[in-house]
Design a protein. Structure first.
Length: 209
């Protein structure tokens, strides 16, 4: 009886630890793990749970980061829409305001489509876009930034090396550059032009055929 009792406790202990870990994970503690080193089936089951928990924690972190990025990105188009609606009241700026409204509505539509696409599938390794010319992209970003609240009336000067391109997702590249330009405007004293330059580094020039 004593031997059976010891054996039963030995078999039941990892099952109880796994149960407690699963319950804590289910109540929101995403960092809890079994960390079992047992060589038997209980150890295999615990390690399988740890791998699953790692993946779930990673997916939830990616989802939260995506929501933060989207909430940050939609503020600029919405601010420009508000400004463009005010311009539409004046006869001489109505056409330009309507063009800006259409443009920002398209931007918001693209952001919504990106969000929907990201919830349907995960990008595989090596996925990305093709070559994107930087000159028209940066010029378009500068034109949009001039309509942002803190940027209105600021002079933004762009200088892009001829034929310069970058490889990757166009919308992601646009968001990255727009964030840099907006931060530059925020930290530049009033009355000082904001200069945006894009070119090749010395190393890139050496590697370029």
């Amino acid at each position: 009886l004593a031997l059976a009792y010891v054996l039963a406790r030995h078999l039941a202990a990892p099952a109880r630890r796994l149960r407690d870990t699963v319950e804590r994970f289910g109540h929101g503690d995403l960092t809890v793990r079994c960390r079992s080193s047992r060589p038997d089936e209980f150890g295999d089951l615990s390690r399988s749970f740890d791998r699953m928990a790692d993946r779930i924690e990673e997916l939830i972190a990616d989802e939260r980061r995506l929501l933060q990025d989207v909430s940050h990105e939609i503020r600029s188009p919405l601010a420009r829409l508000k400004y463009a609606v005010e311009l539409a009241d004046a006869e001489d700026t109505r056409q330009a305001a309507l063009a800006q409204i259409r443009k920002d509505v398209n931007r918001l539509t693209e952001l919504a489509a990106d969000l929907l696409e990201s919830t349907r599938s995960e990008p595989g390794p090596g996925s990305g876009g093709g070559e994107t010319p930087l000159d028209p992209l940066i010029a378009d970003i500068a034109a949009d930034c001039r309509l942002d609240g803190p940027c209105q009336g600021r002079r933004i000067v762009t200088t892009v090396a001829p034929g310069l391109t970058v490889r990757g997702d166009v919308e992601g590249i646009r968001r990255a550059i727009e964030n840099v330009v907006r931060n530059g405007v925020s930290h530049t004293p009033q009355g000082t032009p904001v200069t945006v330059r894009a070119g090749l580094s010395l190393r890139q020039r050496a590697l370029r055929p």
